[in-house]
Design a protein around this ligand. Structure first.
Ligand SMILES: [Zn+2]
Length: 587
């Protein structure tokens, strides 16, 4: 399970008389999930637990059906808004849990008041002259709402019905429909044509003859269009996003040294002139008489031990974007004006042809048409102001043993008491079975001649970035992160099972699809599906990187398969076979 999305609470905490660190079956009543005093926005919740298989378990008096042969259970029950109490019993054992259901959208405020936390912008804001600046607030209907800013009054009008979007993880339970916001949202926009500081907006609300005012302590600044602050990326890989928070999607990471002018701010996020946002902590700032721009002339390539390097000599390190497609890769240089007449591309093992074109007014686009449909990885770096794009050559496999000459990275998910991952009905944690099965896969791959790199061999506490660093260091032929799954609270734990695969870069799509289908067919497992997913372990571009969810810890029957030693060995052998077959057909 990928921890980040489960309602903020990992399936770590337990309620019960005895927690089992071993898979087996329980002699007494035990609940692994939800934790005590759990809060959720879901309208239902599942209870993952186990008990003596030879006696009934009741929840609020109802017998729990569909238990596995070892006595595991996973019923889902509806939640009323607010506090809910559930009592589980078996014989004279009793467990009581209280679950609080929270509203998904802000409720209508009571009396003459703004709804808490709904005044926007909520952070310091900087924009260019003439840009639209919009203000928003939730307030009672029929109110007179406005914003006061340096003796300008900006009226806010009630918005026609608006909707909130469910969180990204709602895709995993197919509950993606927009949610209507019941409360009245007010909004209004204005432009400011002169640079300067405009202070803190004051929100005013008048209703039934009563007026209140409130502010968010966030100031507004209009930037000068002729003096430039430049951001230079100081981290190895600057995280560029489509907007000013980690909720926004990622763009091509910016190599260290990249420079761009700042055209906006929101809190500690900076908008760069080519449109992307980056966190201030990842750059250094300096004043400049003009925004960083470059021309480009000749482009050339060279081969360096297993890679083709394409060198783009530039005057300043400008922002770049990469777009990968089946058998092509396109690199875009921003803030760039081409003066190109000559390009030399030596006879190359991966690149069939390179085309380029200017995208007026200030971009240059280079498309690499590749000899193979399968791409094996790419890297970007700046050396001074020259951009180096490295394209990986296919693995050289020797015939002696099927995986001879390949280096395969295995990342057993989670690890340590700080990061248990999902927990099965007995409390047995994902981190342990992920490591156990990864070691079985390692042995199978080594037996076929592969060099195997493991991100952990023990119960280590690793951050996602630590694992990514190992991948970037090892530059494996392919990288696999092995996990076991769970669901958000509103999921159907009893009826959701199977293998799932997650990819991010198109170079990993075929591997994800192939391994998912191979395991489903070979082991006759249910198919949970193949997802595009923006995950730390699928984002490395240096090699095809896939995250596999090998089964659901919270499904009572599938948990017995997950923890069965024979099934674990069969799974490891099947995964190694699948990798071998995929490499044989793709390289
Ligand atoms: Zn996991």
């Amino acid at each position: 399970m990928r921890l980040s999305w489960i309602n903020g609470v990992a399936l770590g905490s337990v309620i019960g008389i005895v927690g089992l660190s071993q898979p087996g079956f329980a002699e007494s009543l035990f609940v692994a999930y939800p934790p005590g005093n759990h809060e959720t926005v879901a309208d239902r919740i599942f209870f993952i637990g186990t008990a003596d298989p030879n006696a009934d378990v009741r929840i609020n008096g109802q017998i729990i059906d569909n238990r596995s042969s070892d006595g595991h259970f996973a019923p889902t029950l509806p939640l009323a808004m607010g506090d809910n109490t559930f009592t589980l019993t078996q014989g004279d054992e009793t467990l009581t849990l209280s679950i609080t259901r929270l509203p998904l959208t802000p409720p209508q405020p009571q009396g003459v008041a703004f709804a808490e936390g709904t005044l926007t912008p909520a952070r310091d804001l900087a924009r260019l002259p003439g840009e639209l600046i919009c203000f928003g607030a939730i307030a009672p209907p029929q109110a007179d709402v406005s914003v006061l800013l340096t003796n300008r009054q900006i009226p806010l009008q009630p918005q026609p019905a608006s909707a909130e979007l469910p969180p990204n993880y709602a895709v995993l339970t197919s509950q993606t429909a927009p949610i209507e916001v019941a409360a009245t949202q007010y909004a209004g926009c204005a432009t400011f044509n002169q640079p300067g500081s405009f202070g803190i907006p004051e929100f005013r609300l008048t209703l039934a003859g009563q007026t209140i005012s409130q502010s968010t302590e966030s100031s507004l600044e209009i930037l000068s269009p002729t003096t430039f602050q430049v951001a230079e990326v100081t981290v190895d890989s600057g995280i560029a996003r489509t907007g000013p928070s980690t909720d926004y999607s990622r763009l091509t990471p910016l190599p260290k040294g990249t420079q761009a002018a700042i055209t906006g701010r929101e809190g500690d996020w900076l908008r760069l002139d080519y449109g992307a946002w980056i966190r201030e902590s990842e750059v250094r700032l300096f004043e400049s008489p003009m925004p960083p721009q470059t021309t480009i002339r000749g482009v050339r390539s060279q081969q360096v031990s297993g890679w083709t390097e394409v060198i783009f000599p530039l005057q300043v390190p400008v922002p770049v974007s990469i777009e990968q497609d089946t058998s092509s890769l396109t690199l875009t240089l921003h803030n760039t004006t081409p003066q190109t007449d000559t390009i030399y591309f030596s006879e190359d093992p991966v690149v069939e042809r390179m085309d380029w074109q200017p995208i007026l007014p200030d971009k240059a686009e280079y498309t690499f048409h590749l000899k193979q449909a399968q791409q094996w990885g790419y890297k970007l770096r700046y050396e001074g102001s020259s951009l180096i794009l490295s394209l990986r050559h296919p693995p050289e496999r020797q015939s002696s043993r099927p995986l001879q000459g390949t280096r395969i990275l295995l990342d057993p998910g989670h690890g340590s008491s700080e990061d248990l991952g999902a927990r099965g009905p007995t409390g047995y944690p994902e981190k342990d079975v992920a490591l156990l099965v990864s070691k079985l896969v390692r042995d199978e791959l080594q037996a076929r001649g592969a060099t195997v790199v493991m991100t952990r061999e023990g119960d280590d506490d690793l951050y996602p970035q630590d694992r990514v660093d190992v991948i970037e260091q090892a530059e494996p032929t392919l990288a696999l992160s092995l996990h076991y799954n769970a669901l958000p609270d509103s999921g159907d734990a009893l009826n959701t099972a199977g293998v799932g695969a997650f990819w991010y870069h198109p170079q990993a799509h075929d591997l994800a699809l192939f391994l998912n289908n191979y395991l489903v067919e070979t082991l006759n497992r249910p198919d949970y599906g193949v997802y595009w997913n923006n995950l730390a372990l699928t984002r490395p571009s240096v090699a095809p990187a896939v995250l596999l969810e090998l089964g659901f810890m919270i499904n009572p029957v599938e948990f017995e398969w997950i923890t069965d030693p024979d099934a674990q060995r069969a799974l490891a052998a099947a995964l190694a076979d699948g990798i071998e077959q995929w490499l044989r057909q793709s390289s």
